[in-house]
Design a protein around this ligand. Sequence first.
Ligand code: SAM
Ligand code: SF4
Length: 459
Amino acid sequence: MTRKLYVKSYGCQMNVYDSHRMADMLAPEGFVETATPDDADLIILNTCHIREKAAEKVYSELGRMRVLKNDAAREGRRVTVAVAGCVAQAEGAEIIRRAPDVDLVVGPQSYHRLPDMLARAEHGKVLDTEFPVEGKFDHLAAPSRAAIRKRGVSAFITVQEGCDKFCTFCVVPYTRGAEVSRPVAKIIAEAERLADAGVREITLIGQNVNAYHGEDADGRASTLGRLMHRLADIPGIARLRYSTSHPCDMDDSLIAAHRDLPALMPQLHLPVQSGSDRILEAMNRRHSRADYLRSIERVRRARPDVAFSSDFIVGFPGETESDFQDTMRLLAEVGFASAYSFKYSPRPGTPAAEMDQLAETEKDDRLQRLQDAIEQQQAAFMARCVGMTLDVLFDKPGRQSGQIVGRSPYLQPVPVIGPTSLIGEIAPVTILEVRTNSLYGTLATARQPAAPALAEIGA
Ligand code: SAM
Ligand code: SF4
């Protein structure tokens, strides 16, 4: 019997990957994915708990699901509603108390048990937020070839999960648990299966991906850099990326991979959070401003055209205007291609939530000033790309007729007029103009002169 499954992902790329794996796990049970919740038999909300706003979004969405569920019941149709992800892990039974229409609450470590949980949900509420002893990755079903193709030429692989760093603002170590790395052989097998179905680009993901230390064939711990070398050898895989990294874990093997592997794209997301040593210490980031700048410098020496992006938090407890100015100076010193910035959001159970909080108006003001500066840097970076010829991996048709869209090595969207036969291929594009955060250009017939050094942008 075919049943319809609707999965909605909130938050990070890890959740996107997990949503795919949940769909793969449920496919043998007869579940086929649908793009809307309206006709679904099973609705899974894969949630994010990182900031208060993200968590609250879930409850308003559950209100909408309640209406859908009641409408379906009137038509004699049963709809099962499941809450997965980090809100499920953090709030557990509280979710069912606040939203009694929820049938099932499943934490990120228990997705491999979904079919069994669904069967039990026919007879009552089910809650599973354990950290089971058996590894979920060993029990999760592999995607079918058709499912891989449908998801496109660029794919994620989770290589490590959890975090042992305990930054004082962050819920991840509590919701995702201790850091666990998958063995090298399992990752290679997954990458080979993806490549075999037409995937050209793999992004290795993890909450702290460069802390990766999975077991290699010789029984010793690998590094992310060594893993990259193995993946770069897989036929068909043309591009590699990784996210999200911690500045303390930029080891020599990873820096060397940036120098030695053309497949490793010149783009790195390296969150710094703050440019003030005082605040970095209060955040328990374990690195100073100088350590961060040194990491950037080491990567640039290995691969001068790396485009950096980062995460910033403003309004952390105790942050003064002078601390904030240190952050603004760091931004100017590095010169980022893009960056995410957030107002500090106190999270229950984390040490920083107990500290004296800043006024919301102060946080708003700093966020606005930081975002203005980030926008200027991003615009400068994009403008710098005009006139360059960049290799673009095309991954989908564009909105206009005859248009296809791909990504530059620096991850910007690049729409061009071109044949759909180029989807899945890498072709050079001469960039003509910047519009709404995309680089518009034309397919190039011959390679243009070498690109100017992008590292100069922020200087
Ligand atoms: N592991 C990564 C790291 O070490 O930077 C990032 C993990 S987190 C999923 C993504 C980003 O959310 C963080 O880099 C941080 O900027 C932001 N974030 C985490 N907790 C936050 C909080 N309580 N308030 C505001 N932003 C937060
Ligand atoms: Fe959270 Fe990243 Fe810090 Fe880990 S390293 S606690 S995931 S911000």
